[in-house]
Design a protein. Structure first.
Length: 202
């Protein structure tokens, strides 16, 4: 699936602007923010686009992305996370059966503003760091499926009201890539994910 470059640039700029401009989480009035309680667990679902960069663009087009992430708070501003993403790009390596399913499972840490049950909307910026595994499953029998390691870093913000949040994130993935062709060339490659989603704090 192809995405318009202007839309992707606008979403990326919005993610950077929201993170840079957001103060530490605070209610939008003169009263200092005090969460009614501090949740230990939250779950997020999201959708967006994955954009290969550099020489990875020689092998893949942009792809549709779906994912989910669960986070458990260790301290007020630190949590451990687990996430799973599915993307559906097309490859440029073959002329027919060019579809691919790409699965990525990660573990990591989240650093961000305090969570809480708020009566006013608030911005909660965050940063995620971690790594995991990525599996490429190709439709074409001329290409070999691959599973390789990947590291990631995300910047984003949540627009929170009560126990729900609108989540906006930009993720940079650095992967140990092995070409699915017969030569099986290995190299470090990179792609970017831009996502919008919904977070709920039970």
């Amino acid at each position: 699936m192809r995405f318009h470059h202007h839309s992707l640039r606008a979403l990326g700029a919005l993610a950077a602007l929201a993170f840079a401009a957001a103060p530490p989480i605070a209610a939008q009035d003169a009263t200092p923010f005090t969460p009614q309680y501090t949740p230990r667990f939250d779950i997020a679902t999201y959708a967006g686009a994955t954009i290969p960069t550099g020489t990875l663009r020689d092998d893949f087009d942009n792809g549709f992305l779906l994912g989910a992430q669960a986070t458990y708070g260790l301290r007020t501003h630190v949590g451990v996370l687990g996430s799973f993403d599915w993307t559906h790009p097309t490859t440029r390596l073959v002329a027919t059966d060019a579809g691919a399913n790409v699965y990525q499972a990660d573990l990591g840490l989240e650093l961000g503003g305090a969570r809480g049950n708020m009566t006013h909307w608030a911005l909660r910026p965050f940063m995620d760091l971690g790594g995991g595994l990525r599996h490429y499953d190709f439709a074409s029998t001329d290409l070999s499926n691959r599973t390789r390691g990947v590291g990631f870093a995300s910047l984003g913000t949540e627009v929170a009201v009560g126990r729900s949040s609108l989540r906006l994130a930009a993720t940079d993935n650095v992967l140990s890539y092995e070409a699915p062709t017969a030569d099986a060339t290995r190299a470090t490659r990179n792609d970017v994910g831009l996502t919008l989603g919904f977070t709920f704090h039970p």
